[in-house]
Design a protein around this ligand. Structure first.
Ligand SMILES: C[S@@+](CC[C@H](N)C(=O)[O-])C[C@H]1O[C@@H](n2cnc3c(N)ncnc32)[C@H](O)[C@@H]1O
Length: 266
């Protein structure tokens, strides 16, 4: 296992470029954002519940959660993210690591892990992060964790027209083989772990969170070339979000979605 509070240097460098704050606010990133919001609004306990947003970055979700009346604390290992999140109205933020949370046992109503699990490349670290979430949430509280799907890099590189480049194809193919995206600029991301859909429920169970439910976030829709135009147009956006919601639990589509959200009750 890596040192608990240690963020791999290439992951820190990647986030210090400051692109995370805009990622979900424009383009096809909006589909991930709106779908995450849609699922969370259905599964979270009602406001003013206490939500610990671990790996919350600059607070892109903390912002609307606070506006919805939740008491939100962001925990993130990147000090720049913590400064950005702490500047948001109603949001508290601190530097920390998903594997060793400072929060007391049973002290929050919900824990979000929308990022840490796909940057923890050792299974033991991911289970530890989930077990920490399980520890700090009250009995009956909610743990929700995002994962990136195993074939995401291959799908993205084909969509972006980069899969024809041999070095890019090798990195993407390797990640589909063993789940590990080896920190490589060529794919536009950093060191990450990409889950098979069935792995994540086993990791939840090993952390004391059985009976987790999985939700496809973007579904297949973020792979369509026209998705931006659909999201720009309120009528077509409504249709897209509606069908994404109706197909979110369809087992045959789970691994196609770029991101999945897995939710369990403590
Ligand atoms: C892609 S961003 C996701 C941000 C936001 N939660 C979202 O859903 O868009 C991943 C975040 O996880 C954070 N992170 C990486 N490793 C972590 C760890 N071990 N503990 C807590 N957060 C971590 C990063 O600093 C980054 O802010």
């Amino acid at each position: 296992m890596t040192e608990r509070s240690e963020l791999a240097p290439e992951i820190l460098d990647y986030y210090l470029r400051g692109r995370e704050d805009g990622r979900l606010r424009s383009g096809r990133g909006r589909l991930e954002f709106w779908r995450t919001q849609d699922v969370l609004r259905r599964v979270l306990p009602p406001a003013p519940a206490r939500v610990l947003d671990v790996g919350g970055a600059s607070g892109v979700h903390a912002e609307w959660l606070a506006a919805d009346g939740y008491r939100v604390e962001v925990v993130d290992p990147v000090p720049m993210h913590v400064e950005q999140a702490a500047a948001l109205p109603g949001v508290v933020a601190r530097v920390g690591d998903a594997r060793a949370l400072e929060a007391a046992d049973g002290s929050v109503d919900a824990v979000l892990l929308l990022g840490p699990l796909y940057h923890l490349t050792d299974r033991a670290d991911r289970v530890r992060a989930l077990a920490e979430a399980r520890r700090v949430v009250r009995p009956g509280g909610v743990v929700a964790a995002a994962t990136i799907s195993r074939w995401a890099a291959v799908h993205d590189m084909i969509r972006l027209g980069r899969y024809t480049e041999e070095p890019v194809r090798r990195v993407a193919d390797d990640s589909a083989r063993d789940g590990l995206l080896r920190g490589d600029e060529r794919t536009g991301f950093t060191t990450a772990y990409f889950h098979d859909p069935d792995e994540i429920t086993a990791e939840f169970a090993d952390a004391g969170l059985p009976d987790a439910r999985r939700y496809a976030l973007e579904g297949v829709f973020s792979l369509y070339a026209e998705v931006d135009e659909w999201l720009d147009d309120p009528e077509r956006r409504g249709l897209l979000l509606d069908v994404a919601r109706r197909s979110e639990g369809e087992p045959t589509l789970l691994g196609i979605a770029g991101h999945m959200l897995t939710v369990a009750h403590a």
